[in-house]
Design a protein around this ligand. Sequence first.
Ligand SMILES: [Zn+2]
Length: 137
Amino acid sequence: MDACPNCQSTTFTKAGIIKERQRYRCKKCNYFFTVGKLGKQIDHYYVNKALQLYLEGLTYREIERILGVSHVSVMNWVKKYGIKRPYSSQYHPTYKILSQQELREYFNVAGNIKGAGVLVTELGDKFMLIKWERFKE
Ligand SMILES: [Zn+2]
């Protein structure tokens, strides 16, 4: 529980219990929300991340391992949103999960970012770095 789903404000007060779930009222926009609603928003975060990783060429199993959501869910989302990725055997993505500090150290080494594209995406409290290596043998 860290922000109002409506305006992202972090000032809210408890406003009763509804169906055994704590209800909150945002002090800024007066929006009422429950823990359940916020949970749904978190799900959306993972849908977006999963589809993003899928487009980057990762397999369902890899996405499952990284995000902790079942590969069946990921397959369903890909189907639901009609995501298609072009087939390519010339690029092979490799990835690392890094903290902000580790990310900084990684970028300090010129050899790490030369000769390949690097994409960084937020992943919970860490960052995921995807590196594209072309014509990898
Ligand atoms: Zn609000």
